[in-house]
Ligand binder design. Structure first.
Ligand code: GTP
Length: 309
């Protein structure tokens, strides 16, 4: 057995907020693309949601309330060391791969650097690939407004364009990806299913990305939802909120308990998806909506919700 074969393989799955990481990963795990996998899911907000979907496909560790590329880096190293320890114990269950789904606010490059610099992990873990998902629908707006999207793309070994089913024209974004990271393979997937891309026509120009300098990162703002809330005024409130804030709210996520079950509510920018039923049991963080964005006046948002619902 070569040294590489003996090590635990690690895939880092990155991409901007709402790019489609969990959706893609669910499908990849279902198809067994990572063999016997352990998923580490990192969410910037204290209220994790993604794990509810991923748990049905295997073991999951949640690192919530900080980003593993900066504030929660030590937690990630500890979690990876724990997995390496468990794997090397006699009688341990088989484990082929660890997939780290980063938070949408993470830059994969410092994560890879931290893993390679750790004296224990470097002996036990083989960093296989950095896959970065790029939102086919909102990727251009994200790239234009936040340098993080660009850093994520530059760090990738492989880029996957998501939402090709909803994006009318991916060519400009594809040309931009080719310019930002000419070495990375670019494919596409709709809800995790591979989507064939025709050759990029000649002459398509990439976006003109101006250096924006430092931009404050989007911040998660949790909003508690009133018990027994009436769904119709809530939907109206949410649409109005997203309309008023425009591009300042980049992601909405929350779990609402209703007589019909636990509903996952989520949106990316102003695109809100129909709620999905989540498996029970509930979590203490249910009935909370997390808005991720910039310049959100949390008190004002909470007051407006109290008034309307
Ligand atoms: N039309 C379409 N929608 C998609 C696709 N992939 C994901 N979505 C939707 O995009 C939204 C975000 O998807 P997620 O998989 O939660 O994205 P994420 O990158 O894990 O989100 P964060 O963890 O919050 O950064 C959801 O409403 C998905 O249903 C796709 O290929 N096509």
């Amino acid at each position: 057995m070569t040294e590489a074969e003996g090590r635990l393989r690690l895939t880092i799955l990155g991409g901007y907020l709402g790019a489609g990481k969990t959706t893609w990963l669910r499908h990849a795990l279902y198809e067994g693309r990572f063999g016997k996998a352990h998923v580490i899911v990192n969410e910037a907000a204290e209220i994790p949601v993604d794990d509810a979907f991923l748990r049905s496909s295997g073991e999951v560790t949640v690192l919530a309330g900080g980003c593993v590329c900066c504030t929660a880096r030590a937690d990630l190293i500890a979690a990876l060391r724990g997995l390496c320890d468990a794997r090397s114990r006699a009688g341990a269950v088989r484990l082929d791969t660890v997939v780290l789904e980063t938070s949408g606010l993470a830059d994969p490059a410092p994560i890879a650097e931290a893993i390679r610099a750790d004296p224990v992990l470097t002996r036990h873990i083989l960093l296989d690939e950095i896959i970065v998902l790029v939102d086919g629908l909102h990727g251009a707006a994200q790239l234009a407004s936040d340098p993080l999207g660009r850093h994520q793309i530059e760090a990738a070994d492989r880029l996957i364009l998501t939402k090709p089913d909803a994006a009318p024209d991916l060519n400009r974004l594809r040309a931009t990806l080719a310019r930002l990271n000419p070495g990375a393979e670019v494919t596409a997937a709709a809800h995790g299913v591979d989507w064939p891309l025709p050759p990029l026509p000649a002459g398509v120009l990439p976006m003109d990305l101006v250096e924006t300098g430092d931009v404050a990162p989007p911040v998660p703002v949790p909003v508690a939802l009133p018990e027994g809330m009436d769904w119709s005024p809530f939907s109206v409130w949410l649409s109005a909120l997203l309309h008023v804030h425009g591009d300042r709210i980049v992601r909405v996520k929350g779990v609402v308990r209703t007589p019909a079950g636990r509903l996952l509510l989520q949106g990316v920018r102003r695109t809100v998806q129909s709620p999905e039923i989540l498996p029970d049991p509930g979590a203490p963080t249910d009935d909370t909506l997390v808005l991720i964005g910039r310049d959100i006046d949390a008190d004002r948002v909470r007051r407006s919700l109290q008034k309307l619902v």
